[in-house]
Every structure is written in structure tokens, then in C-alpha cells.
Design a binder for this molecule. Structure first.
Ligand code: ACO
Length: 446
């Protein structure tokens, strides 16, 4: 029997006062029983290692490809209840933050755990704003890319290159250094993103303007031409800010896991962010909104939607922007995004693809195929339409995701570094390859 004492249920839990917080496992290979503690409805995988058939046995492991049922960390940053469609940062519902907060305030909350006071927000905004410039050599570095280089490839390389400019970033256990790299990363990501866009157009880079808001300055660096002072449209500025809030963190997704995994080797944060950005580049993660747009273009008109839905139901196609690994209800971000779409269309003109999207949603939400499988619109269903209306090419869509997610990545990285239980990430494997065999000389090989 496992000598570890079971964790007893809290006394306040009257109905379960006598409940033992443990799991009893019977190993049918040996007939032995083991009792492993349960905490937060979870057992520790390492507690299974004691389950052996004999002394030489390595011990029991769990097999969980893609970690779909494995908690890799304890986190206090983002909460998601996928069945109920709930998303909260540090306890605050996403709907309230999207309505009342700004991206910079939300980033502060995600990173520090509390909403800032006026003075804290002022200080935070000052420092982020005063770290938006990039070294002129980074500009030259960007110039080295082909005119048609994908902006994600450029931004991944440029963020990694930043580590060579800030060797102090290696001091990851120095709080002051971490704070400085955080200002730099959050400040410089929009600059790098805008410069990749200008590079693809062959336009001169537009430098940051410290008098503008975080999203306002981003719009300035993207779209400024000959005007002496760029004045962002307030609707577009706010729309972008809300989209940034919605994308700031999403707990242990693929790119965040990359950030934590790479960061667990104690590399500097620029290199870890480059890895996280690379993970986001993949079409299964940051590229879904582009796939939605391509799908809507392929459908082409509202009267062709029923045909397309038929193809989806017969398994020939996927309804892109529908379904989610975690949300089995309406993605709470999708509702907010849908609202923003109309505000942006009021300024930029109605994107004709919206009617096709609405018809897809209307049919899908009433159709048994989608209802049974709990397939609802996800955040990406409408973001592509908004970005396209704002004038962004599709290649910039994942870049627009990487900018705000930087705050979430850094918060998760910092939480990992300060967690005494965390170590260098090193999963196990089940080896099913060849057993030991002798080397075959070349002239004996078939
Ligand atoms: N269209 C049609 N059918 C779908 C869709 C879809 N978009 N998504 C899932 N299904 C079906 C599956 O075929 C499956 O049907 P079956 O039970 O008959 O085999 C069932 O629904 C369950 O699907 P799973 O693959 O188990 O769902 P999972 O949760 O693993 O997949 C995923 C989630 C990958 C997001 C999937 O829904 C999908 O591919 N959606 C389209 C792409 C997309 O929009 N991605 C963006 C996600 S949001 C983000 O990353 C920021």
C-alpha cells in the first residue's frame, strides 16, 4: 500500500465529510493495491511510478499524446470552462474586460495578478511606450528578407534576434531584468509587426509615436503615409484594442506550452517567445481565421451555403471557425468579435463575406449535426473578416494574434520560472522500436 496519507475533504464539505480524497488502484497483473492522493480532482503521474510488476520494472506511466488530459502546471492566470463558455483572466470575465478595460491594462492584470491603480497604469504605460523603438540594426536585419517573405517568418526571426541585443535578458531570475524584458517585448512586438508589413509593401518604416495609445500607435506604424501627425480612427483603434484583450491569454494552448517548455531550459525570454510565435504560425493554431476567410471566398454567395453545409455534414469539408478543443459552447470571445465586426464595417464599409458567414452560422446553429457535436463559432469565425476590412492581408492575421499574446506568454513563462515544482520539461516515451541488434556492414545490407 502507498504510505502517502490521503488528503481529507475539508470539514466544511458536510455531505462529503467522510470522503477520502484518494484513488485506489488495483494492479490486476500482480493483485496489489495502491492508494494515491487526489488533489484538485487530479492525481500526480509520478505517484503511479510505484506500480511495478517486479523490482526491475521502471514503473507505471500514463500515455497522453497531445496532453489532452494532463495538467502540466498549476496556474493562477486564466480560467476556462469550455462547457459553459467561460473565459476569465485573473478572475475577471472576458466580457467585462472587453467592455471596460484597455489592452495595456489587461496585460498588466495578466502579468501582475491585479488590476493596476491609476499610478501603476501610468507607470506601466510609460515604460511600455518608451520601449517601442527597435535598434536600427534590426531594421537592416528585416531588410534582408525577400519582399514576399511571410511576416510570421520575419517576426519569429526578429524576436529571436532581439536576444542578441539584450544579453542582460539571460538573467531570468533577476526580477528587474524580467521587468525590463517585459516592457521591451510588449513595446517592441507591434513595431516589429508593423515593420514586417511595411517591408512587404516596400514602404519606408514608420516610427513609433509616443503620444498615441498602444493600438493607435500600431495603426500609425502600419498605415501612416505623408501626414505629419497620424490620427487613428477611434473606432478602429478601440476595435483593435478589444481584439488584443480577447487574444491576450488562453491558458495552456500550443504556443503557451511551447513558451513554457522552451523557457524551462532557462533560455532568455526573446528566444522562448520566438518558439511560442513559431507554434502560433501553424494553421491549426494562429492560422484558423485565414482558413475561415478562404472558406467564405470559396463558398462565394449566400445561396451556396446549404450546399457547402451538406459537404461538411458528409465529411468532405470542415466548417472552419466552428468547433474548439476546449469550448463545447459558444466561444465567449466570438460573441464580442461579432459585435466588433459591425462597428468596423460602419467605418470601413460592409464586408460582403459577412452575409455568407451569418448564413453559415444560422444554418449550423439549427442543424442537428452541429448541435449534437457541440460545434459553435470560435473566436476565429469573425476575426478574419474584421482584419480584412481593416486592410490587413491574410498573412498578417497570425501576427495580429502574436502581438497581444506576448503578455500571456510572458506571464505564463514567469509563473513557470517562479514555481518551485517546475523543472526542465522532459516528457517520457513508450519505446516500440527495434530491440538491440548488431550493425550490418554496407555490403551485407539488402
Ligand atoms: N466542421 C465540421 N465538423 C467538425 C468541425 C468543423 N469545424 N469540428 C469538429 N467537427 C466534427 C468532427 O468531424 C467530429 O465528428 P465525428 O464525431 O462524427 O467524427 C466531431 O465534430 C468532434 O470533432 P473533434 O475533432 O473531436 O473535435 P476537437 O475538439 O478535437 O477539434 C478543432 C477542435 C480542431 C478546433 C475542430 O473543431 C476544427 O478543426 N475546427 C475548425 C478549425 C478551427 O476553426 N480552428 C480554430 C480553433 S480556435 C483557435 O485555435 C484560436
Amino acid at each position: 500500500m502507498n504510505p502517502t496519507k490521503p488528503i481529507v475533504a475539508p470539514a466544511s464539505d458536510k455531505t462529503n465529510a467522510a470522503r477520502r480524497e484518494s484513488l485506489t488502484i488495483t494492479d490486476n497483473r500482480t493483485g496489489r493495491q495502491y492508494e494515491v492522493p487526489v488533489q484538485h480532482d487530479t492525481i500526480r503521474a509520478i505517484d503511479l511510478r510505484q506500480i511495478k510488476v517486479n523490482e526491475d520494472d521502471f514503473g507505471m506511466m500514463t500515455y497522453d499524446p497531445a496532453y489532452t488530459n494532463t495538467a502540466s502546471c498549476i496556474s493562477r492566470i486564466t480560467f476556462i470552462d469550455g462547457d459553459k463558455g467561460i473565459l476569465r483572466y485573473r478572475g475577471y470575465p472576458i466580457e467585462e474586460l472587453a467592455e471596460k478595460s484597455t489592452y495595456l491594462e489587461t496585460a498588466y492584470l495578466i502579468l501582475h495578478g491585479e488590476l493596476p491603480t491609476n499610478a501603476q497604469l501610468e507607470d506601466w504605460t510609460y515604460h511600455v511606450t518608451h520601449h517601442t523603438f527597435i535598434h536600427e540594426s534590426i531594421k537592416k536585419f528585416l531588410d534582408g528578407f525577400h519582399y514576399d517573405a511571410h511576416p510570421m517568418g520575419m517576426i519569429i526571426s526578429a524576436v529571436a534576434a532581439l536576444s542578441t541585443f539584450y544579453p542582460d535578458a539571460k538573467n531570468i531570475f533577476d526580477e528587474d531584468s524580467r521587468r525590463k524584458q517585459t516592457w521591451r517585448l510588449i513595446g517592441k512586438m507591434p513595431t516589429l509587426a508593423a515593420f514586417t508589413y511595411r517591408h512587404s509593401l516596400g514602404m519606408p518604416y514608420a516610427y513609433p509615436d509616443n503620444e498615441l495609445s498602444y493600438p493607435g500607435n500600431f495603426l500609425n506604424m502600419l498605415f501612416r503615409t505623408t501626414e505629419l501627425k497620424y490620427r487613428p480612427n477611434p473606432t478602429l483603434e478601440r476595435a483593435l484594442d478589444v481584439l488584443f484583450i480577447l487574444h491576450a491569454d488562453h491558458e495552456q494552448n500550443c504556443s503557451t506550452s511551447a513558451m513554457r517548455g522552451v523557457g524551462s531550459s532557462h533560455v532568455d525570454p526573446y528566444s522562448a517567445i520566438a518558439a511560442a510565435t513559431a507554434a502560433l504560425y501553424g494553421p491549426l493554431h494562429g492560422g484558423a481565421n485565414e482558413a475561415v476567410l478562404r472558406m467564405l471566398l470559396e463558398i462565394g454567395s449566400v445561396n451556396r451555403v446549404p450546399d457547402y453545409i451538406k459537404q461538411v455534414k458528409s465529411g468532405e469539408q470542415k466548417l472552419m471557425g466552428f468547433g474548439h478543443c476546449v469550448y463545447k459552447n459558444y466561444d465567449p470571445r466570438a460573441k464580442i468579435v461579432k459585435h466588433i465586426a459591425y462597428e468596423v464595417f460602419d467605418v470601413m464599409g460592409r464586408n460582403p463575406l459577412i452575409d455568407i458567414a451569418l448564413e453559415c452560422e444560422r444554418i449550423a446553429l439549427e442543424d442537428d449535426y452541429f448541435v449534437k457535436r457541440k460545434l459553435y463559432p470560435n473566436v476565429d469565425f469573425y476575426t478574419g473578416l474584421i482584419y480584412q476590412s481593416m486592410g490587413f492581408p491574410m498573412t498578417m492575421f497570425p501576427v495580429l494574434f502574436a502581438i497581444p499574446r506576448t503578455s500571456g506568454w510572458i506571464a505564463q513563462w514567469q509563473e513557470m520560472l517562479l514555481d518551485p515544482e517546475q523543472k526542465i520539461a522532459r516528457p517520457r516515451q513508450i519505446y516500440l522500436g527495434s530491440d538491440e541488434r548488431s550493425y550490418i556492414p554496407m555490403d551485407h545490407r539488402g
